[in-house]
Design a protein. Structure first.
Length: 450
């Protein structure tokens, strides 16, 4: 009999096949409790086992028990974060978590709010930047003014989404090339800012990345901050993935200069093991969000004067909002600062071990210098003449994920398909790493005839 750890991470059932197996339609009269329990069993059987340490596909995985408890309590109590009257203790907990994280980032007089993820955090950043650059824009609109923002060409796609939602336009988000390590080229940034100003456009924001999705690269924040200060631009940092490095004295230098940013987003539901979703947007200056999110000031049916200074709905784009701070607070109370440090350090040590194993293997190539816990690798047969290495590595990845012993993702880096395991679970060990690499090489050898 298989143990839970030996069970495949996924059944890899195709959509068509799964639809044929299930009766998803709802009915007029409903079903009884036994039928519901059977449906729950099927859901759990088909769900991907992301908590298993062999799940190395996403920038998240392991779930802490205190975090899970907090998530369940939030559902059980079913309150909303718009007013203190409705969520008294939750309001104070969110304030405490925001202040703690802001202090860690060097935003000692800053503010923040929990959001549904880094995508919305990036939207907040661009919104605050827009309103800062054009103080009357909430009422006047862009009025023909052509704003432009700048981002690295290895940034997360959510920046494109945000620029579109704000009505600025995708053509006005300028991609800046990166160096060989995936970091934004600051000289190219300065040149492009000049180009856009000469074209009659108005630069207003630079979005830097601290922990890119593929490489785990960290943009040079001090140099970018210097450019922003000189050009009067808002600096927002997408630290959704890499923000956790701030918790480790050993590794927080990866985000050197973060205290110079105007805003950042940080996802505890990634390396910190919180159940999705748990994300925070932070602004360096107080009242930034109060200005950008003033839409509810006239909502006398909701906001009253008694708790005007603490109502969280006054600084959020959302009205109904889940109590996501509770799970983070319970986990932080349980682990303490030292527990987070140990978690980050452990994941970094495991990633370094995987990097070393890849470097020493004759059939594997490290495709980018490791900076965080992302490891970008590629299988290459001894004789690669005439071999489509992109198709080969895509097939290796598909085989591994279909078998379900491990799950990893693929990406394109420098025009080449790579396999990218990422360490977001501190329970990953050396034996698992050896097994993963053995699987990659075995499939590669079979497919290439090596």
């Amino acid at each position: 009999m298989q143990s839970a750890d030996d069970e495949p991470l996924t059944k890899a059932t195709t959509p068509d096949k799964l639809l044929k197996q299930l009766d998803l339609a709802v009915s007029h009269h409903g079903v009884d409790a036994d039928a519901l329990l059977r449906l729950i069993d099927v859901y759990l059987e088909e769900a991907v086992r992301t908590r298993n340490p062999r799940y190395l596909q996403s920038l998240w995985g392991d779930t802490t028990i205190p975090g899970l408890a907090g998530d369940m309590l939030a559902s059980l109590t079913n309150t909303s974060m718009h007013t203190y009257e409705i969520s008294p203790m939750a309001t104070l907990i969110e304030q405490e978590m925001v202040q703690t994280m802001a202090h860690i980032a060097g935003f000692d007089v800053g503010e923040g709010v929990f959001t549904s993820g880094g995508s919305i955090g990036n939207l907040y950043g661009l919104l605050c930047a827009r309103d800062w650059k054009l103080p009357g824009v909430q009422h006047d609109g862009l009025s023909g003014r052509t704003l432009v923002a700048f981002v690295s060409d290895e940034s997360h796609y959510s920046v494109n989404m945000a620029i579109n939602v704000l009505g600025i336009g995708l053509d006005h988000l300028i991609s800046i090339p990166c160096d060989a390590d995936g970091k934004m080229d600051v000289a190219a940034l300065s040149q492009e800012i000049d180009n856009q100003k000469r074209a009659g456009r108005m630069p207003f924001c630079v979005v830097a990345t601290a922990g890119t999705t593929v490489r785990g690269a960290f943009d040079p924040l001090p140099e970018i901050a210097e450019v922003c200060a000189r050009e009067y631009l808002w600096l927002h940092v997408d630290a959704a993935w890499g923000g956790a490095a701030l918790l480790s004295p050993k590794h927080r230098s990866l985000l050197a200069g973060i205290d110079l940013a105007d805003s950042l987003c940080w996802d505890p539901h990634k390396l910190m093991g919180m159940p999705i979703s748990c994300s925070v947007f932070l602004a360096r200056k107080a009242n930034t969000l109060a200005k950008a999110c003033s839409h509810g000031d006239e909502a006398n049916y909701l906001f009253h004067e008694e708790n005007a200074g603490v109502d969280r709905g006054r600084i959020s784009l959302q009205c109904g909002r889940r109590v996501d701070a509770l799970k983070l607070w319970l986990a932080w109370k349980s682990l303490g600062h030292s527990g987070w440090q140990e978690r980050v350090d452990r994941c970094m040590e495991t990633a370094a071990e995987l990097e070393a194993k890849v470097r020493s293997h004759a059939r594997l190539v490290l495709m980018s210098e490791r900076q965080f816990t992302n490891v970008c690798l590629r299988y290459e047969p001894a004789d690669s003449d005439g071999v489509d290495l992109d198709a080969l590595n895509s097939s290796i990845r598909e085989r591994i994920s279909t078998e379900g012993r491990f799950m990893v993702t693929k990406a394109v880096l420098g025009g080449q398909v790579i396999i990218r395991p990422v360490i977001a679970n501190p329970d990953v060990d050396g034996a698992m790493l050896d097994e993963l690499l053995t699987e990659i090489v075995r499939h590669g050898d079979e497919l290439s005839g090596s």
